[in-house]
Design a protein around this ligand. Structure first.
Ligand SMILES: [Mg+2]
Length: 479
């Protein structure tokens, strides 16, 4: 053991020698801070002195124990992202925290929480999460609680002057690997060309939408086709896209399966077999059709088939997973570990879980899901389709979770998406990776001018919301 490290393990002793050493160190540090020593001056110094010197300028931004939430407001944007309400939480010390309410979700999901948060210390993230957890649910309804949770972490990090990942226990990686989607084409060769462009941009993990939508006009490919001659929905109360998979009675013929596999074949011929390639949006059909696809796709070594049936048919997921070597994946619509991911993981129903931190309950809950999946040997990746604030919020969760694979980037074709934030090196995504931000909190601020440009018509930039200040309610869930 080197001498400096040995010193770290020595117990302090009450001796005049120790006092003398402490005094030495004080005078040393005084000199050091006056003289502005470089790190090179510490080569032969004990590690304690090096640490003390290098961290002496870590000042807390505020007095975190006195920090109080004073307001919550929204700026709702679209075009540059799917419709996304950005939540801003204000405090009594001038610092604000940001999060995104899940893409496509209602801003009211977050505003409904304001009365529960006013006057609270935002640094108590876990306690506040437990207070508001009951007001979130699966799908977009998880967006309010999750967006607020992210904004609380942003505030806690700013208050203590550390990046969020550090508050989660530190990081496993300095860069987070990104995967991206691309636009679809019914022509497999054209589709493969678009995928190749992603590879040329430096992406090292891909996803594509392959599904029955691509073969709906091919005679003999589908039975009971949603838009076919039988017009199967003419007397139904829901249309195809709102009918859950087991109930559509859509079947895929051998010809249909062959056509779908042709897409995978052309794609693999173009981009090769080295790069992970997942698939999504297969369509709405029963577990039997899903098993046919999973088996037929085996030669193409997909990274995963995503959401081939709804997540909550957990036993059916298990059947698909057990039927084939094609990895299965779901989770973007699941809220929280308990009551959500836990059963899926306990039953080993899928090979990979795919929470969206904007639905799953925010940054810490997503890390809990990843850790739980890890215990059961299940992979962990992130869905994301909102703005750069929550994208970077995801990066903190991803950096701090051991078994993390890939984070989704849904705005590759939206050049102004990165302009929504400042204070970070651009481009944010470089060669298929994102550097983990080192600034306090999530690590970015909003560029309000750009946010204004994309506000939804009729919406204002962080307009006052006094109507959400108070509520008469009894939130207790038990008696
Ligand atoms: Mg998806």
């Amino acid at each position: 053991m080197n001498k400096n490290l040995k010193d770290l393990f020595k117990l302090p002793q009450k001796s005049s020698g120790t006092e003398a050493k402490v005094n030495d160190r004080r005078s040393f540090l005084q000199k050091a801070s006056l003289g502005g020593l470089s790190l090179g001056a510490f080569i032969n110094s004990p590690i304690e002195e090096t640490l003390e010197y290098t961290t002496q300028k870590v000042n807390r931004f505020s007095a975190p124990t006195d920090l109080k939430i004073t307001d919550m407001r929204i700026a709702e944007i679209s075009e540059v992202v799917f419709r996304t309400p950005i939540v801003r939480i204000y405090t009594n010390q001038g610092i604000v925290g940001h999060g995104d309410v899940r893409d496509g979700a209602a801003k009211e999901y977050a505003l409904f929480l304001k009365s529960r948060l006013l006057g609270e210390n935002p640094c108590n993230v876990e306690r506040l999460f437990k207070k508001i957890r009951q007001f979130g649910h699966h799908g977009r309804q998880g967006g309010g609680v999750s967006g607020v949770e992210m904004a609380l972490w942003d505030l806690a990090g700013k208050a203590y002057n550390v990046p969020v990942y550090q508050l989660l226990g530190g990081k496993y990686r300095d860069r987070v690997r990104v995967y991206c989607d691309t636009t679809t084409s019914p022509d497999p060769t054209e589709y493969a060309k678009r995928m190749q462009e992603r590879v040329d941009m430096g992406y090292t993990a891909l996803k594509m939408d392959i599904g029955i939508n691509l073969i709906k006009d091919i005679p003999g490919a589908l039975i009971n086709a949603p838009e076919g001659d039988l017009n199967p929905y003419q007397y139904e109360y829901t249309k195809y896209n709102m009918t859950q998979h087991p109930f559509t009675n859509v079947q895929i013929t051998d010809k249909g399966i062959d056509k779908l596999m042709e897409f995978l074949d052309v794609m693999r011929s173009q981009i090769g077999y080295e790069i992970p390639m997942g698939t999504d949006h297969w369509g709405h059909f029963s577990v039997n059709e899903a098993i046919k696809i999973a088996r037929a796709a085996e030669p193409y070594n997909l990274a995963y088939i995503e959401d081939i049936i709804p997540w909550h048919y957990i036993d059916q997921w298990r059947e698909i997973t057990d039927s084939s070597t094609t990895p299965t994946q779901t989770g973007e619509d699941i809220y929280t570990l308990e009551g959500g991911f836990k059963e899926l993981i306990d039953k080993r129903a899928v090979d990979i879980v795919h929470p969206d931190p904007n639905t799953a309950g925010g940054i810490l809950e997503t890390k809990r899901i990843g850790d739980y999946a890890s215990l059961h040997g299940i992979g962990f990746m992130h869905h994301h389709a909102a703005g750069p604030v929550s994208f970077l919020g995801c990066v903190h969760s991803a950096a701090a979770t051991e078994n993390f694979k890939w984070l989704e980037h849904h705005a590759v074709d939206k050049p102004k998406w990165e302009d929504l934030v400042t204070g970070i090196e651009k481009p944010i995504v470089q060669n298929g990776y994102v550097k983990v931000p080192e600034k306090p909190g999530i690590g970015v601020e909003l560029n309000e001018e750009v946010v204004k440009e994309f506000l939804i018509k009729g919406e204002k930039l962080f307009a006052p919301t006094p109507e959400w200040n108070e509520i008469r309610a009894n939130d207790r869930l038990w008696s």
